[in-house]
Design a protein around this ligand. Structure first.
Ligand code: AMP
Ligand code: MN
Ligand code: MN
Ligand code: MN
Length: 283
């Protein structure tokens, strides 16, 4: 095996504690079975799955990195910042994430109001809540699953294209954490801040440059280069950006569900050559 494909690091995925469908121990087993040999769980705005994940990973002899994916608002749009190697007992990080989670329920009520105003749709709030094992983490994903299960849409993608995507009627803009807050909490908790799936944000080239500059100035260290949310052409594009800014490079499937996710745990290609992996001093 070429050196660049070791380890098979997968540093981004979701459990039932946010919008995934597997519990942390099931994810650990799946990662291990798929050949992952460095694994992080990164639930949205939530650390409550990490103790179970760490215990399950230890039982399998699978090296584990405690992580989180924080919802951030920057220049009016949502950006996700992954924290890797965080101390799950850190008071600042826990308080910060609690304040972000507290913004979700009111938003969910408004999403449901807008969905229920559409012909044929009703009961969206209760429907989504039933699908959210962690009631403080109700997300657009749970609404999307509800709409698919009710037969209103054929796929999750169709829900986001029609109703819940950025410019759609039932997407309720929310002011999440500030970029400086999220990066600060991660650093305070001893972690590394990494921009999740940078290819997904629809910023202009100038905005993207300002964003990466500010992120780096705040102490942000890495970006995801190879992720389930990037097309192969974007692996090269963001490898160039990582080299340009001197960012560490991360790799993660962003796996949510066997039935929904395009990329399974551990199934991504290796990082392009010439990058410093975010895990360089962890293995
Ligand atoms: P929220 O944090 O409530 O805004 O929900 C965001 C989540 O929606 C993301 O973490 C994804 O899991 C999911 N999501 C966003 N866009 C799509 C899409 N096009 N297809 C499927 N899931 C999506
Ligand atoms: Mn998600
Ligand atoms: Mn994300
Ligand atoms: Mn994610």
């Amino acid at each position: 095996m070429a050196r660049s494909s070791f380890p098979n690091a997968d540093l981004h995925c979701h459990s039932v504690r946010s919008d995934g469908v597997l519990d942390p121990a099931e994810l650990a087993r799946r990662a291990h079975a798929n050949g992952v040999d460095l694994w992080a769980l990164t639930d949205h705005d939530e650390l409550s799955g990490l103790a179970d994940a760490a215990q399950a990973a230890a039982g399998l002899g699978l090296p584990f990195v405690p992580g989180v994916e924080i919802s951030v608002t920057w220049a009016g749009r949502t950006v996700h910042i992954v924290g890797l190697g965080v101390d799950i007992g850190d008071a600042d990080l826990n308080a910060g994430l609690a304040s972000v989670r507290a913004r979700r329920d009111g938003r969910a009520v408004e999403i449901a109001r807008r969905l229920d105003a559409l012909p044929g749709i009703s009961g969206s709030y209760q429907g989504a809540l039933r699908l959210a094992p962690n009631p403080s983490l109700i997300s657009r994903t749970h609404f999307a699953r509800f709409l698919v299960q009710q037969g209103h849409c054929a796929s999750m993608q169709q829900v986001f294209d029609r109703y819940l995507g950025e410019d759609c009627q039932a997407n309720v803009p929310q002011r999440w954490a500030g970029l400086g807050e999220a990066v600060g909490w991660i650093i305070h908790a001893g972690g590394r801040a990494v921009v999740a799936h940078p290819g997904r944000y629809r910023y202009s080239q100038m905005e993207a440059g300002a964003f990466f500059d500010e992120f780096r100035q705040l102490g942000g260290q890495g970006i995801e280069v190879v992720t389930g949310s990037h097309y192969p052409a974007q692996y090269r594009e963001y490898a160039d950006i990582a080299r340009y800014y001197g960012f560490l490079a991360s790799r993660g499937s962003d796996f949510h569900s066997p039935g929904e996710s395009r990329v399974d745990l551990g199934a991504l290609p290796p990082l392009p050559d010439g990058l410093t992996p975010v895990w360089y001093d962890w293995i």
